[in-house]
Design a protein around this ligand. Structure first.
Ligand code: PLP
Length: 414
């Protein structure tokens, strides 16, 4: 019998960690009020939430949508991305970052990430810019802001739009301003795993009134703010949020600041302990320009060479057995998904091989070495675990230290 829980020893922790979503009577009351009011549809509460969330992130306008995915689509449409346009995206992200580009007939072009931050690498992005590039979608992965100084400089040098995928970064700030309010526009998700949630939902933020009006039109059946109810100006869709969702989100928003600060303080405790383990590399950025960071995912790298034959997946198995919920995250870079391997083909090969597209992409030849490494090395701990107290962080760090100390036992056991 070994010392590790996986080899028959006792686990560091048997108590559960905080669960998600967090809710109390305030959510019940807010939803009940909407139900009783008989006004369930895209009205006052939606407007109130759009304004409140935009203000929270420091943007002027908020346009809600049914999801982060559809918010990305209206952002791209508002920015004028369409057939033949290339949009640079990271491969280490959720599929929507790239599939939204295809949905508007644009062509996603993958650039590599920086392993130190897991975010898009501005210098790799610059090498992929062509005269067909229209926009960049940097993802603030896990909640860590990208280097917005570098991306803003790139965008102005090349005349590009920046659409921030802020679907992990509610509450994050770069130089004191919220993510999603830094580029031309930014997009958030309120799906149930997210740090503020209504089950599903999304929003686009911007300081640009014209972009906000366009996005509103695309999300509301192509209507315009001055036209009549049955007048349709754009090829829009119905991506409207309901009053029930907005009522929930307003309550969720009231907890966001405190929860963000708590996760950040706990992540700092973990960082201090894990930095001392040679088999682990932190994915964080000790940069004074990151004035606040949301943690949707606390991620670190498993440095395989240091572990004497233990694999990342075995390490995670051992960590879970110690009572610490953790996972490997994205298994492959986006371009390795079947959708891209068969060249993202729509009817007649659109949009990657059709007469509107003058370039050439071959996703079967795509290589982003850092993203591939991160898919093999990343370990994720989800945000709700960081809502605990300092003794919970002790358990997490203690369990990782224990697996590290007994790595040879783990290597020999399998
Ligand atoms: C980085 C990123 N972008 C976009 C999305 C899409 O958001 P939704 O699930 O609300 O459509 C997600 C959701 O997981 C995400 O993680």
């Amino acid at each position: 019998m070994g010392r590790l829980a996986l080899t028959g020893g006792s686990a560091v922790r048997t108590r559960p960690f905080p669960s998600w979503p967090v809710s109390d009577e305030r959510e019940v009351e807010a939803v009940t009020q909407v139900v009783r009011s008989g006004k369930w549809w895209y009205g006052e509460k939606v407007r109130e939430f759009e304004a409140a969330f935009a203000a929270f992130q420091g943007a002027t306008f908020g346009v809600s949508a049914t999801s982060g995915t559809t918010a990305l689509e209206i952002a791209l449409l508002a920015c004028g991305v369409g057939a033949g346009d290339e949009v640079i995206v990271p491969p280490y992200t959720f599929m929507a970052t790239a599939s939204a580009v295809l949905r508007v007939n644009g062509v996603p072009v993958f650039a590599d990430i920086d392993l130190a931050t897991s975010n898009l690498d501005p210098s790799d992005v610059e090498q992929r810019i062509t005269d067909r590039t229209k926009a960049i979608i940097p993802v603030h992965f896990g909640g860590l802001p990208v280097d917005m100084d570098a991306f803003s400089a790139l965008a102005s040098r090349h005349g590009l739009r920046i659409i921030e995928d802020a679907c992990h970064s509610w509450g994050s700030q770069w130089r004191g301003k919220g993510t999603g309010a830094l580029g031309d526009c930014g997009v958030f998700s309120f799906q149930m795993s997210k740090n503020i949630t209504s089950g599903e939902g999304g929003i686009m933020l911007t300081d640009n009134e014209e972009l906000a009006d366009q996005a509103r039109g695309f999300s509301n059946c192509g209507r315009s703010k001055t036209g009549g109810w049955y007048e349709h100006f754009l090829l829009g869709s119905n991506l409207r949020m309901t009053e029930l969702q907005a009522a929930l989100l307003l309550v969720q928003l009231s907890r966001l600041e405190e929860q963000t600060e708590r996760r950040q303080a706990n992540a700092r405790l973990l960082n201090r302990r894990l930095a001392a383990i040679p088999g682990i590399a932190l994915i964080d950025w000790d940069d004074p320009r990151v004035t606040r960071r949301s943690y949707h995912i606390y991620a670190f790298r498993f440095l395989r060479d240091q572990w004497g034959g233990v694999t990342r997946d075995r390490f995670l198995e051992a960590l879970n057995a110690e009572g610490i919920p953790s996972s490997a995250g994205y298994p492959i870079p986006l371009y390795k998904n079947p959708l891209f391997q068969r060249q993202a083909d729509g009817p007649a090969g659109c949009p990657v091989s059709c007469p509107y597209y003058q370039g050439h992409v071959d996703y079967t030849q795509a290589v982003c070495p850092n993203a591939e490494t991160l898919c093999e090395e990343a370990c994720w701990i989800f945000h709700q675990i960081l809502l605990g107290d300092a003794s919970d962080m002790d358990d997490i760090a203690g369990a990782i230290e224990k697996v590290w100390e007994h790595r040879s036992e783990l290597a020999q056991a399998f």
